[in-house]
Design a protein around this ligand. Structure first.
Ligand SMILES: [Cu+2]
Length: 138
């Protein structure tokens, strides 16, 4: 007979996790020379759940700061604007790609090289965190 303590452990292991889980597809960072203090990061973020999820912040040991930016055209000039709270609707995806939304990754702690795998932490609006490995590409 299973003791109630073991039953509790089994329930904890097999119960569905209520926290938000996003899927991060093809996360990569465009490499730049060491003299350039920022990198841009791209990926497709998919929310497979039935409720919207927002990314409230990002951090990494590999960068001093990470922001979400949107590239916009204004009066024929391209410029970037910070996005606070990137919302991903239920059962849909948001594309971070060159010329559009991107991660602005500032002041790498070490020079980056093509092939590097750099981990970032994505903080969601329910307080949960997800780790994402991003590959540096040329
Ligand atoms: Cu930017």
């Amino acid at each position: 007979m299973i003791s109630s303590r073991w039953l509790l452990v089994l329930l904890l292991i097999f119960s569905p996790i209520a926290l938000a889980e996003l899927e991060f597809r093809d996360p990569w960072i465009k490499n730049l020379p060491a003299s350039v203090p920022v990198r841009a990061g791209y990926m497709t973020i998919h929310n497979p759940q039935s409720e919207a999820v927002s990314i409230v912040s990002l951090r990494s040991n590999a960068f001093a700061m990470i922001e979400i930016h949107q590239t916009i055209e204004q009066d024929g000039m391209m410029r970037m604007e910070q996005v606070t709270g990137l919302k991903i609707e239920p059962n849909s995806s948001v594309q971070l790609e060159p010329g559009g939304l991107h991660l602005m990754m500032m002041n790498p702690s070490e020079p980056t090289q093509a092939g590097d795998l750099l981990e970032i932490v994505v903080v969601l609006d329910d307080g949960s965190e997800q780790r994402v490995e991003m590959q540096v590409k040329r």
